[in-house]
Write a protein that binds this ligand. Structure first.
Ligand code: NAD
Length: 256
């Protein structure tokens, strides 16, 4: 019960890594608000997580929309009076060679993957500063560190998240608000299942081969790192990035 009575918001919580983080948080005793653009799915998983008496709420929220994010934070504060943990997890995977990438694709990705965290942090931080505690966890990616063909926009957004994490950690440490990030390698989630459809057979095997550990990670392996960073055990850790990547970044760059 490392998160007992803590109030946590997880974005993109209806599937994949976000759902595992929400599940692990519930198991550790947190009150969890699951936010996702997929209204029906988020409502279903929220009910499932509450089966054993846990307090959970499912909220339809598009992190690309300022009014949705404001509502998410305001309703959480109105009902629970505080936010202890914010996990910025929602994102979309839009690839594309920069020479051909339509500006709309670029803007859409930046809005959902990067501007979204400006919105959630802007709305949440005043409450954390006031209560003099908080843990904000940004889900970045090993793509912030390594080069893969045709993922410029996605990598750019993930790299910017790391810089923001570092900058904000410096500015708000004195208020006991911690900012950290997690950079996963390839994790077996719906996002990668979708990429596998687009990129063809062998994608998951090739992906696994890029990791020193020769496998993909599980969403729960990322979630347990989030539990640690959210908990008081990590009380003196801020401005850090933890790679959960099976040694991907220790190997030379993968090429075809
Ligand atoms: N899967 C991987 O291999 C991998 C690797 C590195 C980083 N990541 C990062 O981990 C995070 C989770 O990835 P995943 O693989 O679980 O993805 P996923 O596609 O399986 O799940 C993403 C969730 O975000 C939600 N979402 C999408 N757009 C949204 C929006 N505008 N507003 C609110 N919710 C929205 C989706 O409905 C979905 O429930 C992302 O930030 C991703 O970039 C994933």
């Amino acid at each position: 019960m490392r998160l007992k009575n803590k109030v946590a918001i997880v974005t993109g919580a209806a599937n994949g890594i976000g759902l595992s983080i929400a599940t692990a948080f519930v198991q550790e005793g947190a009150i969890v608000i699951l936010a996702d653009i997929e209204e029906q799915k988020v409502s279903e998983v929220t009910k499932l997580l509450a089966i054993n008496g846990a307090v959970t709420r499912g909220v339809k929220c598009d992190v690309g929309n300022t009014d949705d994010v404001k509502k998410l934070i305001q309703t959480t504060i109105a009902e629970f009076g505080k936010i202890d943990i914010l996990v910025n997890n929602a994102a979309v995977a839009i690839g594309g060679n920069i020479m051909d990438m339509p500006e709309d694709d670029w803007d859409n990705l930046m809005n959902i993957n990067l501007k979204s965290i400006y919105r959630t942090i802007k709305e949440t931080l005043p409450f954390m500063v006031k209560q003099k505690s908080g843990s904000i966890i940004n889900i970045s990616s090993t793509q912030a560190f390594r080069s893969w063909h045709n993922w410029t926009a996605y990598a750019g957004a993930k790299g910017a998240m790391l810089s923001m994490t570092n900058q904000l950690a410096g500015q708000f440490g004195e208020y006991n608000v911690r900012f950290n990030s997690i950079s996963p390698g390839a994790i077996l989630t719906p996002m990668n299942a979708k990429r596998s459809e687009v990129e063809g057979p062998g994608f998951l095997e090739k992906s696994a081969a890029q990791h020193a550990m020769q496998r993909l990670g599980s969403p729960m392996e990322v979630a347990m790192t989030a539990v640690f960073l959210a908990s008081d055990e990590a009380g003196f850790i801020t401005g850090e990035d933890i790679k959960v990547d099976g040694g991907l970044c220790t190997l030379p760059r993968y090429t075809e």
